[in-house]
Design a protein around this ligand. Structure first.
Ligand code: ADP
Ligand code: MG
Length: 259
C-alpha cells in the first residue's frame, strides 16, 4: 500500500498525574496537506506531537497512519519524521553527512542481519552509494546542494535549519511533524523561513502537522488550521474560514487576541 501519510486521530486522551491534558483529540491529516496546529501555550500541542511520533503513549484513543494502527509501534517503525525547535546537527559532520546519517542507521543495521559476511561487505558499498545519490537528489529538490560540503559552523542559522529539514525529509517519511521549528530564529529570518518550509513541503509532498503558537505563521503557511483549546481540537478549517466563521467563542477569542 502506498504511503500517502493519511493520519487519523480519534478520541485521543492523555493526562499527567492528576491533570488531563488531552481530553479527546479528533484530527485528520490528509495526503499532501499542511496543517498548522495552534493553541495557547500549555494546551498540549507538543504532547500530541510526541504521542504521534511515539515518544509518549496515549491513555486511550486511536491513531492510524495509512490505515495502520500506530499503537504499540516504536518510534523507529512509524515512518514519521519530527523536527523540533532545536535541530541539533552533528557539528563535526558536513551537511551531506548529516543528511546521510538517518539513512545509514536504518540500512546498515538491516545489512548487519545478513547471514554472510561477503554479502554484507558487497551490500555495504552498494548501500553507501545509493545513500549518496539519495542525499544529492533530496538536496537538489530542496535547493540546498550548495551547502552539502559545509559543516554546521560554516552555515547561518537559516541554512542549518534547511539542512535539518533536509535530513528529516531524506528518509521520505509518510508524515512530517514540526514543533515550533522557527522559534529559535530571529524575526527577519523567521518570515523568510516560513516561505521556505512551505516550498519544501510542496516539493516533497509529505503531509505535515506543524505546531506553532504564532497565528500569523499558521495563517500564512497552512492549508488548514487546527485550533486546540482546553485539550480538544475545537475547529479545523482553512485560515480564511477560521477568521470569518469561528465555530466557538474560544476560537474567536484566541484568534482575535493580539500577539
Ligand atoms: P504546549 O506544547 O501546547 O505548550 P505541552 O504539550 O508542552 O503544551 O504541555 C501541556 C501540559 O502538559 C502542560 O501543562 C505541561 O506542563 C504538561 N506536561 C507536558 N509533559 C509533561 C510531563 N512529561 N509530565 C508532566 N506534565 C507534563
Ligand atoms: Mg510546545
Amino acid at each position: 500500500m502506498a504511503n500517502t501519510g493519511h493520519l487519523v486521530i480519534a478520541g485521543l486522551r492523555k493526562g499527567f498525574a492528576d491533570t488531563q491534558v488531552l481530553g479527546g483529540i479528533d484530527l485528520q491529516v490528509d495526503a499532501g496537506e499542511f496543517i498548522a496546529l495552534v493553541g495557547p501555550s500549555g494546551c498540549g500541542k507538543s504532547t500530541l506531537l510526541r504521542i504521534i511520533a511515539g515518544l509518549e503513549s496515549a491513555d486511550s484513543g486511536t491513531l492510524t497512519l495509512d490505515g495502520q494502527d500506530l499503537t504499540g509501534l516504536g518510534t523507529a517503525d512509524r515512518n514519521i519524521a519530527m523536527v523540533f525547535q532545536s535541530y541539533a546537527l552533528y557539528p563535526h559532520l558536513t551537511a551531506g553527512q548529516n543528511m546521510a546519517v538517518p539513512l545509514m542507521m536504518r540500512r546498515l543495521s538491516a545489512l548487519a542481519r545478513l547471514p554472510f559476511v561477503g554479502a554484507m561487505v558487497r551490500g555495504r558499498a552498494a548501500v553507501l552509494s545509493a545513500i549518496r545519490a539519495e542525499v544529492n537528489q533530496m538536496a537538489e529538490t530542496l535547493k540546498i546542494a550548495h551547502l552539502l560540503a559545509r559543516k554546521p559552523g560554516q552555515m547561518s542559522g537559516g541554512q542549518r535549519q534547511r539542512v535539518a529539514l533536509g535530513r528529516a525529509m531524506v528518509r521520505r517519511p509518510a508524515l512530517f511533524l514540526m514543533d515550533e521549528p522557527l522559534s529559535n530564529l530571529d524575526a527577519n529570518l523567521r518570515v523568510h523561513a516560513r516561505g521556505e518550509i512551505v516550498e519544501m513541503h510542496r516539493r516533497s509532498g509529505v503531509p505535515t502537522l506543524y505546531v506553532t503558537h504564532d497565528q500569523a505563521e499558521a495563517l500564512s503557511m497552512a492549508d488548514r488550521v487546527a485550533v486546540m483549546i482546553g485539550g480538544a481540537v475545537l475547529q479545523i478549517a482553512p485560515p480564511r474560514e477560521i477568521y470569518d466563521n469561528p465555530t466557538h467563542i474560544e476560537v474567536a477569542r484566541f484568534i482575535g487576541q493580539p500577539q
